[in-house]
Design a binder for this molecule. Structure first.
Ligand SMILES: Cc1cc2nc3c(=O)[nH]c(=O)nc-3n(C[C@H](O)[C@H](O)[C@H](O)COP(=O)(O)OP(=O)(O)OC[C@H]3O[C@@H](n4cnc5c(N)ncnc54)[C@H](O)[C@@H]3O)c2cc1C
Length: 510
């Protein structure tokens, strides 16, 4: 039974999962636990926690492409990935107070002037804007509450017992679940690693992604922004690839993120004209292959570029900017890049080349730029999941979603949640269909029914309970086999025998 669905994290993934469930009249209980605040109480400075999570206070750029949602295609294939992301985009426009104002940037041609130095990734992006996200959050929240979803705010989950199926919270309370959706995002990255360690979950290692947040007046990049609002410049060398990441324009602000107690940088843009500062910012991120223990390496790097309990700022000419709330972006200004070059262990030269080549492509740029160090995407080792429904291979009623599963982005995170909800609905439908069938009057008279089926079991003349049990066993075995074969693991799991067994089961009359 899937009657009690508990979702940890009211972020993009959790909220989309709940929406899919209630939209489809899920007849169980849905509980969402979040350490942040509801959308009416959430203050501006709480960037990562609360309703819609990091997505709620982000720039609201919804990318719509499998080119950058690689992890999603890996699980469900390109076509399904696009369909799931579309559902997320639709949810954002459905709760938007002015959906007609959502801007779609969909470049279809790589401009010649960048070609000698960079490639440009072209894909559609819906730009919703931070300001509207707050309003979207409120109506979306009201909708879920009206559909009976129970929220527990300012409640931090401190432990989970996967065997007893219980979630423990800091407020001395606990919640039992049949299905658990684990969507704690980046703000829950420590908690995720604790749980993964505690249950010794098998993982897949990921390459490191580190770099800087680059900032400059927008005029230097206008020619490219006119082609693609959220442009993605990229270049690839043997073991290093670089890309510009998450571009913000017009009213573009640098945001501090705190992960593992260290500061790193990201950016967001405001939609309201009153916030316009005519700046552009984006990450310049490197993915480096072949580093031993990339996660540990990246964490150490971030630790080395902290000074006065915050990150660093370097510019040949500029000062750190102010946030949208009018306070200085927290960063320690440095006059040379020695400490940065040391921390990046030789890899900083790729970022330096990237910036130098941007100066050639955008000739007015010259020294009119600054960088905030570091920007980091912790691609923490990802728990191994069944691709069909993102459930843990060891605990099939626990589903990892969103950034907790290295989604990196709003549309992909939301798509994870939607996928899991679809599977829960599917399973529930099969169980309901079966129970309906089992509840139908048997071949005996109503009188016999009363006498012979006390508690549904005694004197079960037609052995319907055993049939039920047998069917459930077979269903579980079948879904296990399908998962193993579909995931095509290379670690020896996929055996001819599995395929033969599945074929046999499929041929058997149920
Ligand atoms: C400043 C900024 C700008 C961004 N801009 C964009 C953008 O424009 N486009 C884009 O695609 N992506 C953007 N992102 C990334 C995007 O927001 C995330 O990828 C996405 O929100 C991840 O969704 P999620 O549901 O996995 O996690 P989140 O949305 O981060 O939600 C996780 C939730 O879990 C809760 N939580 C964590 N630990 C616990 C716990 N132990 N107990 C209870 N609750 C817990 C948190 O409070 C949070 O609400 C941005 C991120 C930031 C920080």
């Amino acid at each position: 039974m899937n009657k009690n669905v508990v979702i940890i994290g009211a972020g993009v993934a959790g909220v989309n999962a709940a929406t899919k469930l209630v939209d489809n009249n899920f007849d169980g209980n849905i509980t969402i636990i979040d350490m942040g605040k509801d959308p009416y109480l959430r203050p501006y400075e709480e960037v990562m926690t609360g309703y819609l999570g990091a997505g709620g206070w982000s720039d609201g750029k919804l990318t719509y492409s499998t080119q950058i949602g690689g992890q999603l295609s890996k699980y469900v294939g390109d076509e399904k990935a696009m369909e799931l992301m579309k559902q997320v985009v639709d949810n954002f426009s459905r709760f938007h107070p002015h959906p007609e104002q959502i801007i779609l940037s969909s470049p279809d041609k790589e401009p010649d002037f960048i070609k000698p130095y960079f490639g440009l990734r072209l894909f559609p992006v819906w730009h919703i804007g931070t300001d509207y996200l707050h309003e979207i959050g409120k109506s979306w929240y009201d909708y879920l509450v009206s559909k009976g979803v129970k929220f527990h705010w300012e409640t931090k989950v401190s432990d989970i017992n996967f065997h007893k199926q219980v979630v423990f919270c800091n407020k001395d309370n606990h919640h039992s679940y049949d299905k658990l959706i684990f969507g704690v995002g980046k703000s829950g990255i420590d908690f995720t690693s604790n749980i993964m360690q505690k249950y010794n979950l098998p993982t897949e290692e990921k390459p490191a992604q580190v770099g800087v947040r680059f900032e400059a007046p927008q005029e230097h990049f206008q020619k490219l922004i006119d082609v693609a609002y959220d442009f993605k410049l990229y270049r690839k060398m043997d073991n290093v690839s670089l890309r510009s990441f998450c571009t913000n324009n017009n009213a573009a602000y640098v945001a501090v993120e705190e992960t593992y107690g260290d500061h790193s940088y990201n950016g967001h843009a405001k939609k309201d004209e009153s916030f316009r500062n005519n700046m552009t910012n984006f990450g310049i991120l490197m993915e480096i292959k072949g580093i031993d223990k990339p996660f540990k390496w990246a964490r150490e790097l971030v630790g080395k570029v902290q000074e006065n309990s915050t990150g660093l700022f370097y510019s040949p000419t500029r000062e750190p900017s102010i946030t949208s709330e009018g306070i200085d972006v927290s960063a320690t200004k440095i006059n040379n890049l020695d400490v940065v070059k040391d921390a990046f262990q030789g890899y900083y030269k790729y970022i330096e080349d990237f910036i130098n080549d941007m100066k050639k492509v955008f000739p007015t740029l010259k020294d009119d730029w600054g960088i905030y160090i570091p920007e980091i995407k912790y691609l923490a080792p990802e728990p191994l999941v069944n691709y069909k429904d993102l459930s843990l291979t060891k605990y099939p009623n626990v589903h990892f979603v969103g950034d907790a599963l290295s989604a990196r982005g709003i549309s992909v995170s939301g798509a994870h949640g939607t996928l899991v909800a679809e599977q829960i609905l599917e399973d529930q439908k099969e169980i309901n269909d079966f129970l309906e069938w089992a509840d139908k009057p048997g071949p005996w008279s109503e009188e016999d029914d009363k006498i012979h089926t006390v508690g549904g079991l005694t004197n079960d003349k037609d052995k319907s309970f055993m049939k039920f049990q047998d069917k459930i066993d077979k269903k579980e075995r079948k879904s296990y086999l399908e998962g193993e074969i579909y995931n095509k693991r290379n670690d020896g799991y996929v055996k001819e025998g599995l395929e033969k067994e599945l074929k046999k089961m499929n041929n058997e009359k149920s």
